[in-house]
Design a binder for this molecule. Structure first.
Ligand SMILES: Cc1cc2nc3c(=O)[nH]c(=O)nc-3n(C[C@H](O)[C@H](O)[C@H](O)COP(=O)(O)OP(=O)(O)OC[C@H]3O[C@@H](n4cnc5c(N)ncnc54)[C@H](O)[C@@H]3O)c2cc1C
Length: 253
C-alpha cells in the first residue's frame, strides 16, 4: 500500500487531519507552511499595493522578493517563503488545540542602500530640493500608493517640504525605510499552501520510500516531513517520492 494523502493545509484539496493518525507512524510537529500573514496593523486601506524587491526578515532569516499587501495583511513570494521560516521557529503543532503564532517581522524597503548611503543621499537632496514635498520626493524610491501610509505611520506629514524635515525626523525616515516593522497576529491558516512536518523521515527507507516500521507500507509526497520554498520544490518532492514509492511497491507484485 502507498499512502500519498498530502498534508493538512489547504483543505479544499481534500486532505484531512485524520490521515496522519490512520498511518500509525510516528510524526514530527505539524505546522503551516508557505502562508500569507495577518497583521495587527490595518492595511485594508492600501490593499492591492505591491512592494517590489524588498527584503523581509524575521530574526536572522531574510527573504528578498515582492510583497503584496492584502485586505488582512501580507502575501507575495517574499512573505510566503518567510512564513515557513517563522513557522519552523515557533514551537507549536496544528494538532494541538491552542497555539499562538504572533511575531514581529521587519521589511527593508530599500535593500540596495545602506543606512549610511541613505543618510548621505537625504542630506544632499534635502538641501538641493528643499521646496519639494516629502511625499513627492519619495516617489522615486517607494511604491506610489504606499508613501502616504508610510509617512503617516512614522509621524511625518506627507506635504512637509524637505527643508523643514529636522534631523530627528530624517533619522526616523532612514530607520523605517531600512526596518519597517509589522506585527503579525496569525498566519492566514486557510491559505497555507504546504504542510511542514509529517511522517518522520528516519523511519522511511529513502531508497524505496518503504516504512521501516510497517513492511510493505510506502509513503510519498506532502504527508512526509518534507517541504520546500516556493518555486516548484514541493511538487518535485511529490513527483520524485511518488515515482520511487510506485517503482518500489511495483517490484513486489
Ligand atoms: C494553492 C496551492 C498552490 C501551490 N503552489 C505550489 C507551487 O507553485 N510549487 C510547489 O512546489 N508546490 C505548490 N503547492 C504545494 C503542492 O501542490 C503540494 O506540496 C503537492 O501537491 C503535494 O502533493 P501530494 O500528492 O503529496 O498531495 P496532494 O496534492 O494534496 O494530493 C493528495 C490527494 O489525496 C487525496 N486524499 C486525502 N485523503 C484521502 C483519503 N483518506 N483517501 C483517499 N484519498 C485521499 C486528496 O483528495 C488529494 O487528491 C501548492 C499548493 C497549493 C494548495
Amino acid at each position: 500500500m502507498i499512502i500519498a494523502t498530502g498534508g493538512v493545509t489547504y483543505p479544499q484539496t481534500g486532505c484531512s487531519i485524520d490521515n496522519y493518525s490512520l498511518t500509525g507512524e510516528p510524526l514530527t510537529k505539524i505546522k503551516y507552511g508557505l502562508s500569507p500573514l495577518i497583521t495587527k496593523e490595518d492595511l485594508s486601506g492600501i490593499a492591492g499595493i505591491t512592494l517590489n524587491n524588498v527584503e523581509c526578515s524575521y530574526k536572522k532569516s531574510k527573504v528578498k522578493g515582492n510583497v503584496l499587501i492584502s485586505h488582512v495583511g501580507l502575501t507575495g513570494p517574499g512573505i510566503i517563503d518567510l512564513s515557513s521560516r517563522i513557522s519552523k521557529d515557533i514551537d507549536y503543532d496544528i494538532l494541538d488545540d491552542d497555539y499562538d503564532l504572533s511575531c514581529e517581522i521587519n521589511i527593508d524597503l530599500m535593500p540596495d542602500f545602506t543606512r549610511e548611503e541613505l543618510k548621505n543621499k537625504f542630506n544632499e537632496d534635502f538641501q538641493t530640493k528643499g521646496k519639494t514635498q516629502i511625499k513627492n520626493y519619495l516617489k522615486s524610491l517607494l511604491t506610489n500608493n504606499f508613501i502616504e501610509y508610510f509617512l503617516n505611520r512614522i509621524n511625518i506629514a506627507p506635504d512637509t517640504q524637505l527643508s523643514r524635515i529636522n534631523k530627528k525626523s530624517k533619522n526616523r525616515l532612514v530607520e523605517n525605510l531600512k526596518r519597517f516593522t509589522l506585527e503579525i497576529v496569525d498566519f492566514n491558516r486557510d491559505l497555507a499552501k504546504v504542510t511542514i512536518g509529517g511522517i518522520k523521515l528516519e523511519n522511511i527507507n529513502p531508497k524505496t520510500m518503504e516504512s521501516k516500521i510497517t513492511p510493505n507500507l510506502y509513503f510519498a509526497g506532502e504527508i512526509l516531513d518534507l517541504d520546500g520554498p516556493t518555486g516548484g520544490y514541493n511538487l518535485k518532492i511529490a513527483f520524485s517520492t511518488g515515482y520511487l514509492a510506485g517503482l518500489s511497491a511495483g517490484e513486489l507484485m
